[in-house]
Design a protein around this ligand. Sequence first.
Ligand code: TXA
Ligand code: MG
Length: 328
Amino acid sequence: MVDVLAVGRGGDDSEALERAVRTLAAGGLVAVPTETVYGLAARADDGEAVARIFAAKGRPAHNPLIVHVPDAAAARAVAAAWPDAAARLAAAFWPGPLSLVVPRGERVHPSVTAGGSTIAVRAPAVAVTRELLARLGLPVAAPSANRSESLSPTTAQHVVSGLGDRVDLVLDAGPCAVGIESTVVDVSVEPPRLLRPGSVTAVDLARILPTLALDPPPRDAPARSPGLARRHYAPRARVVLAATADVAAALADAEDPAGLLTLHARPALAPAWQRHLGSDPAAYARGLFAALHDADAAHCRTLVVELPPDSEPWRAIRDRLTRASATA
Ligand code: TXA
Ligand code: MG
């Protein structure tokens, strides 16, 4: 069994941190807590360490990884250029759930960016992980700590059940506070473009960058983001999205055992599995992946999901649900 070390609970983390630093320095894989989802970390300057990430995830080599750094100064050191938009967004939102795509520098192994000329960087907010990055003193590549195409992990237990012995060490800081992956903004293009919605919303971003483009990149753009693949973030259950008024009918049509994920409790409906996540987008995001993991654990074949409102605060959640429901 992989070792899981509790951290960030007010105790002394120095031994766990030291072990994580040693493991990473030696080219190993450490699952680390971030405020969004757990990351599968390896040193980003070492091609063999990076190859272990791709192997552990079963991730295609053409899908680039996000590099994690303690702060903006460390981000600049892995970038070939630091556009004004990057400086402004980092000052406003770091440490936090925002990844910035910038021109790639020389300090990171080319396999991290799948050979591409840009690199995604972010400074995560969880204190123990920032401390780990600062002590290691190296850029760290960390995709979400799940097998490719499956659900992102928001607890250490999700990491262990998804990756098991494929990872050398797990740092467990409890459930992630945000619960969905970081917002990704490409600031290597003009105007900068939103590539993946997240808890830093388009409204938050537009306050700093009024010219931000929100539409998906053109199909023939050189640096499309492979993680924008239509099907992603999916549970094993078939996900059916339903408007509030259509939930009962969708459930009646669902293959058993059926699950139901709604905004508010629907006691009149009695599927095999049921969960409601409330009408606050932040709380909903925090609970979403754990609910999807749970529906899978309950062996739901179909999961009927009530669609949240079509408004800015729900953009990232609707994005993840839409991808989860895509069939190809
Ligand atoms: O919240 C997060 O971002 C989590 C935690 C661990 O930090 N990480 C995460 O990584 O979600 P991953 O690898 O599962 O998703 C990274 C996304 C993918 O959609 C990938 O295609 C995109 O970022 N990406 C990475 N580098 C890119 C680049 N140079 N240009 C465009 N997209 C990039
Ligand atoms: Mg992922």
